[in-house]
Design a protein around this ligand. Structure first.
Ligand code: UFG
Length: 350
């Protein structure tokens, strides 16, 4: 995007975890993040770097009005449902919001002549992993989503790619590996309801704010028997979105790009890292495997480096855990999510 101008970028789902961190990165890049969010799972207090438009992605009229009001030059689309388990119980909802929501967005973008999109995709499109059990996953690895959530992300990618070819839209789908950590300022961080992710649950257990952690499975074909994941600091992820907007791509291009580090950390390593950072061990027990968990999901990040000029700068496991711990000890909002109400601090003015 044009450097130096205060161009507006519509950030759907910008009141959520990754969206809020990306809004901050857009602001730091000199752009105006216009957050478009229905606040169904996001937080008003997470919107600090530009205006909030309250709206649903399926509402074409409201979307069009928001794009017109701010003369939006590009869209980053985060709004969607993310809980893998719930997607099995309510696939209809996931298709309605994650796929029909994208149809709605693309239609309005076309009507309004907005030609640039960055889309939140997921490593969930790969299903059980790469070609070999512990191999890093390149973008052209087989796609075999293991959940309706992964299906909807892949279907949305296909739809976006087709509209790039048909209408000259330029789009990048970022396939996130395991987003984690928080902004070091402590202003924004991870707050999900319900929380299902390893690092916040391990921290809550260590701080006594949640039940002991259950480690899901110790008999995987991995070096220590627990699952390997590629944890990426949310600020590195946010930077990847800015790089995707800035990337010099021809009109009509569609690119899917992994966002990960290329390094895997095991669940046991994460539990140890959280214990080190918290200064006390994480209370935990060993449980059976969780249905659908692949043994290893590690990105091959070469394309992100080559195409976007992006590589992670703050995704070491200890740094991720330290930043996440700072946030969990003193969350700026969403602090009731894991029963830690009482430590809530007042939101900082935008
Ligand atoms: N884990 C535990 N105990 C817990 C929670 C998680 O042992 O209480 C383990 C899981 O089995 C897994 C690892 O910690 O091995 C990471 O689990 P997360 O739930 O934190 O993350 P996932 O890898 O399951 O999910 C991530 C993204 C999803 C995405 C999915 C794609 O968060 O949005 O990858 O496979 F859909």
């Amino acid at each position: 995007m044009n450097r130096g101008s205060k161009a507006a970028v519509l950030v759907t789902g910008g009141a959520g975890y990754i969206g809020a961190h990306t809004a901050k990165a857009l602001h730091e890049r000199g752009l105006l993040p216009v957050v478009y969010d229905n606040l169904s799972s996001g937080f008003r207090d997470a919107v600090r770097w530009g205006p909030l438009v309250h709206g649903d992605v399926r509402d074409r009229v409201a979307l069009g009005e928001a794009m017109a009001a701010y003369d939006v030059a590009a869209v980053i689309h985060f709004a969607g449902l993310i809980e893998v388990g719930r997607s099995t119980a309510r696939p209809d909802l996931f298709w309605e919001i994650n796929v029909a929501g994208v149809t709605s967005l693309l239609t309005v973008m076309r009507e309004r002549g907005v030609g640039r999109l960055v889309f939140s995709s997921s490593a969930a499109v790969y299903g059980q992993g790469g070609r070999g059990p512990l191999e890093a996953i390149p973008e052209d690895a087989p796609k075999a989503p293991a959940s309706p959530y992964g299906d909807t992300k892949l279907a949305a990618e296909w739809m976006i790619a087709a509209q790039c070819r048909a209408y000259g839209l330029t789009a990048v789908a970022l396939r996130y590996f395991n987003a984690a950590g928080a902004d070091p300022s402590g202003a924004i961080g991870e707050a999900h309801e319900p929380e299902t992710h390893l690092i916040p649950l391990a921290i809550a257990a260590a701080l006594g704010d949640g039940p002991p952690l259950t480690v899901f499975g110790q008999d995987f074909d991995t070096p220590d028997g627990t699952c390997l994941r590629d944890y990426i600091h949310v600020n590195d992820l946010a930077a990847a979105h800015v790089a995707a907007l800035d990337a010099d791509l021809p009109r009509g291009a569609f690119e899917a790009v992994n966002v990960g580090t290329g390094r895997g950390s095991s669940v046991a390593e994460v539990v140890k890292a959280v214990g080190r950072a918290a200064g006390r061990p994480v209370p935990h027990s060993l449980g059976p495997r969780r249905a659908g968990d692949p043994p290893s999901l590690v990105a091959d990040p070469a394309k992100a480096r080559r195409l976007l000029g992006w590589s992670p700068t703050c995704s070491g496991l200890d740094r991720i855990v330290a930043d996440a711990l700072r946030w969990e000890r003193d969350p700026g909002y969403g602090s009731g999510v894991r029963g830690s109400a009482g430590r809530r601090k007042s939101p900082v003015a935008a």
